[in-house]
Design a protein around this ligand. Structure first.
Ligand code: SAM
Length: 290
């Protein structure tokens, strides 16, 4: 805004911010942030750093997962009165595994204009350089953090996949090894994956290979760090190999090789690249589902 004059139309602006490299802010994003009346931020301190870097002084307010619903009526009233409100998250596109979606829906419902201001997004950034098919992809976001729910979510995904597509997950470094074990169990060890770490940052890295290879590469490290996107080449034929449940495999090993449950579980764990206790837990979960 210069001398109180703005060219920005009233409404809600969903503004993408960089996912690491500050050069990835767009000229339009900077203009909108400069000209908006207020900026709603997932974390005001985080956004303040960005605003300071670009010399933007603007009132901010917090809008995060826990207060988005409560804040919406006040923000709607301000928008209906003609304010220009920009929404930003800590990184990337607001509304994508981040706050913004509810406010945008409420604004549209109230007849307020909603303007997307596109820019960086971790899922698409990872996808285009993954080497996996980009024609059809499914953005999954974060898998459930509880082991049983995560496995169930992956199984549902497998059951629903009827043609090849790339599935894009957001994942946290402390859970990536477990998730890769779950993928091995559900899609097979040979399923192709790509792990995209620290995109657009100094230590950007792509690990490409089978689930087993990528998991092994990570276990060789002292610590798995950084932000990451995991992509799976979801080929329907692959699921045929992995579709056998732990229970079915244990029964088959008992039938065909005379193994007792303990030895059969040991074998299943080895085949699937998971620990014995994980295989046991999975067996219990399957039995609980019956
Ligand atoms: N709204 C963001 C977007 O448009 O990408 C995503 C927000 S979500 C809360 C954060 C997750 O995105 C991280 O846990 C990670 O999975 C992924 N992510 C964000 N920045 C990343 C980066 N620079 N490299 C890899 N993954 C990233």
């Amino acid at each position: 805004m210069t001398n109180g004059v703005t060219s920005l139309a009233p409404g809600l602006y969903l503004v993408a911010t960089p996912i690491g490299n500050l050069e990835d802010i767009t000229l339009r994003a900077l203009r909108v942030l400069r000209e908006a009346d207020r900026i709603a931020c997932e974390d005001t301190r985080q956004t303040q750093k960005l605003l300071n870097h670009f010399g933007i002084a603007k009132p901010t307010l917090s809008l995060h997962g826990h207060n988005e619903a409560a804040r919406t009526p006040d923000l709607l009233a301000a928008l209906e009165a003609g304010e220009r409100i920009a929404v930003v998250s800590d990184a990337g596109m607001p509304g994508i595994s981040d706050p913004g979606m509810h406010l945008a829906a409420a604004a549209l419902e109230a007849g307020v204009a909603v303007y997307p201001v596109p820019g960086a997004n971790a899922a698409l950034t990872a996808l285009v350089a993954s080497g996996l098919p980009t024609e059809r992809f499914l953005f999954f976001g974060f898998l459930p953090s509880k082991a049983g729910e995560r496995r169930t979510a992956l199984e549902k995904l497998r059951e629903g996949a009827d043609e090849r597509l790339t599935v894009v997950f957001y994942e946290a470094p402390h859970r990536i090894l477990e998730t890769l074990s779950d993928l091995a169990a559900v899609w097979g060890e040979d399923a192709r994956v790509v792990l995209a770490r620290e995109l657009t940052k100094l230590h950007e890295e792509f690990l490409r290979g089978t689930v087993a290879e990528v998991r092994e590469a990570l276990t060789e490290r002292d610590k798995v760090r950084g932000e990451m996107v995991l992509l799976l080449d979801a080929v329907p034929e692959a699921r045929v190999v992995a579709a056998e449940s732990v229970g079915e495999r244990v029964a088959a090993l008992a039938r065909e090789e005379g193994l007792d449950e303990r030895d059969a579980l040991k074998r299943v764990a080895k085949e699937r690249g998971v620990s014995k206790s994980d295989a046991y837990r999975e067996l219990q979960r399957e039995r609980g589902k019956r």
